[in-house]
Every structure is written in C-alpha cells, then in structure tokens.
Ligand binder design. Structure first.
Ligand code: NAP
Ligand code: ZN
Length: 351
C-alpha cells in the first residue's frame, strides 16, 4: 500500500501553493526511503509552477533540492542504512543503457521516456507524475540517491543539489581554473554558488549583476571583481577579457552585451532558462571565434563529486530558512528578485 504524506503543491499555473496529500510508492528492493528535512526553492520550481515552458501538469509538488534522513532501505540496498543523511537532486531515474547514460550524463538520457525528474515527469510506479521535495518523505532508487557529506550543514547544503551541480558541471567542462577569467552573470541562487565554486577551482572571478546591493556583497561571496551590468562604462572595461561566462539569468535579456566580454575562443554558457528565444548577433560570435552554448544540471556521479568538492572547500549556499506556511510569500519575493540568496523550506514545519 502506498503511503499517504503531506505535501505543498499547486493545482494550476495561477493557483497558490497549498497543503496537499500525496502518495509515495512502497519500498522496492533497490529503493531508499527518507524523511525530508530541507528542500530548496529553485527558480525552476517557479517557472514550472507557473507553466512558463508549457507542459506543466497539476497538481504539482515542486522541489528538487532535497535533503533528509533515511528511514528504510530495500533488501538490495548496499550504500545506505537507516539513520544516514541522504539527498536527491533533479534526476531520479534514467534508462541506464543509452549513450548518454553510458557517459554518466543521465540528464541527457535518450532511452524510452528519457530522464525521470524528481517532479513533474511520468511516475513509472504510481502513474501520474512524480511529486517533488516540498513534502514529508521521498522514495528514490539507491543509484540516484546521493550522500550528504558529513559535517555539511544540511539546510545550507540543500541548494547544492540543483544550483550547485548546474554551475559546477559547466565550470568543470569548460575548464575553469588557474589562469582563467570566469564571469558569472546574475547573482541569485545559482550565481552566488557559482562564484564560490569558480573561486575554489582557482579562477579569477568577475560577477555581473543588475543589483547595486549585490555589487557590494560580491567580494564577501568570493568574487575578485563585481560589475554593475546596467553601467555601460563598467561593462566596457571587461570587453574581450572573459574566458568562460556562466549566464544564470532567469528572464529574457540581451546576451550580446555579454558575448562582447568574451576573449578569443571564449565561451558563454547559458544555464538560466528565459521562457523566450534569445537573439544572438552574428558579429558578436564570429569576432573572437566565440562560442554560445548551454548546460543542463549534471549527472549523478558528477553531482556526488560536486557535493564532495563543496565539502572540501567549505562551500554551501547563503539561505533564508522558511517555514512551510511561507512558501507563497517566498515565491512572490523570488519573482521580484528579493532573496539573499536561496529560500530553503524547513520541512519539519509541515508536520
Ligand atoms: P534566481 O535566484 O532568481 O536568480 C536569477 C538572477 O538573475 C537574479 O538574482 C538576478 O541577478 C538575475 N535576473 C533576474 N531577472 C533579471 C532580468 N530581468 N534581467 C537581468 N538579470 C535578471 O534564480 P536561480 O534559481 O538562480 O535560477 C536561475 C535560472 O536558471 C532560472 O531560469 C532557472 O530556471 C534556471 N536553472 C537552470 C538549470 C539548468 O540545469 N540549466 C538548473 C537550475 C536552474 P542580479 O540581481 O545579480 O542581476
Ligand atoms: Zn533547480
């Protein structure tokens, strides 16, 4: 018999977050079951709750930055025991046999059904769609469950499960490190963690923000330099100087102003998901042999690697811990770019 639990979700794109009852599947032999302690609020939760990309299904329980304590393990589970800390990010299943899965890139699974996500993709066990981490408990296959590093603050570490891996993966792929100038565009949930990770990788870190207050906070976060992107003179000073730009902006914006910051052979990597196509001027890429590309979260093995890297370098998110009854307020504030820098729900307050 599936277990009924409390959750926070929405019944439609224009509906508030409310208390719902959902079901979790019976424990399978290869499953880990855990009580959720903390769940981060990613801007993608907001995009999907509001059906920004089309295809959202309701009722929807968002949340893919999930940390908790194991309450049961299936008979075949080897790497987790009751009482351990466990975490789940965006990916909860994939085919395991396609070329992408063979390369540990489960986020690009091309097998039947593609990548199963922690919420809003078809639920192979119960039918309907998967329900995410704004809830009391989760059941996930062991192979997609992550270990929270010992000693890491579980609330401040939760945002690493999406924000952390989404910036770690491209920083590593495009070779951020000593001798490279890395630019971070947008200092939100993803951006502030990106500053810390790029700095720990040894790069020279410059961040670009539309918020004057964040220019003042950037050095504390670990940036070497900070630019108010609405100031043309400040932007001009960085023309043709940046090797790798990670663009985390959630709304439509002019990417050409940032392409012009790239050095020869520089790459601009889009991770933000504006819901409208972006225009790229030909001369902004042909000049300087520049690349405009993108990246989507990261695979399971790389997510564990990122968690361990962050533990080693004392990296967590700056969070505002909220109770379950404040999620609607948090959504309104996130929409208005009013959070320093990630909301995390204290799931004990849902009980
Ligand atoms: P967030 O906390 O809201 O941060 C986004 C930042 O973008 C804001 O803090 C702001 O930074 C800047 N910004 C917002 N509106 C802007 C505008 N109109 N013009 C210019 N800058 C603006 O969001 P997040 O959780 O970090 O997520 C960022 C984006 O990444 C979202 O679209 C999300 O869906 C997406 N995402 C993608 C992946 C992936 O795998 N590709 C994974 C997770 C999230 P400043 O105040 O510094 O300007
Ligand atoms: Zn996310």
């Amino acid at each position: 018999m599936p277990t009924s639990i409390k959750a926070l979700g929405t019944q439609g794109s224009d509906q508030p977050i409310e208390l719902l009852t959902i079901e979790r599947r019976d424990l399978q032999p290869d499953d880990v079951q855990f009580d959720i302690l903390y769940c981060g609020i990613c801007h993608s939760d907001l995009h999907l709750a509001h059906n920004d990309f089309g295809g959202s299904r309701y009722p929807m329980v968002p949340g893919h930055e999930i940390v908790g304590r194991v309450t049961a393990v299936g008979s075949e589970v080897k790497r987790f025991k009751v009482g351990d800390m466990a975490a789940v990010g965006c990916i909860v299943d994939s085919c395991g046999t396609c070329p992408a899965c063979h390369r540990d890139l489960e986020q690009f699974c091309s097998g039947e059904g593609g990548t199963s996500l922690s919420f809003n993709t078809p639920d192979k066990y119960l039918g309907g769609v998967t329900f995410g981490g704004y809830s009391q408990a989760y059941v996930c296959k062991e192979a997609y469950t992550l270990h929270m590093p010992e000693g890491m603050d579980p609330a401040a570490g939760a945002p690493l499960l999406c924000a952390g891996i989404t910036v770690y993966s491209p920083l590593k792929h495009w070779g951020a490190g000593a001798g490279k100038v890395v630019g971070i565009v947008g200092i939100g949930g993803l951006g502030h963690v990106a500053i810390r990770i790029a700095r720990a990788m040894g790069a020279h870190v410059v961040c670009f923000t539309t918020s004057q207050g964040k220019v003042e906070d950037a050095k504390r976060l670990g940036a070497h330099e900070a630019v108010l992107s609405t100031d043309a003179d400040q932007m001009k000073a960085f023309a043709s100087r940046v090797d790798i730009l990670i663009d985390t902006v959630s709304a439509p914006h002019d990417v050409n102003a940032y392409l012009n910051l790239l050095a020869i052979d520089g790459s601009m990597v889009l991770v933000g998901l504006p819901n409208e196509p972006l225009q790229v001027g030909a001369f902004n890429v042909v000049k300087g042999r520049r690349s405009f590309s993108g990246s989507n979260i990261g695979g399971i093995a790389e997510t564990q690697e990122m968690l361990d890297f962050c533990a080693e370098h004392d990296i967590v998110a700056d969070i505002e811990l909220i109770s379950a009854d404040r999620v609607n307020e948090a959504y309104e504030r996130l929409e208005k770019n009013d959070v320093r820098y990630r909301f995390v729900i204290d799931m004990a307050t849902l009980a």
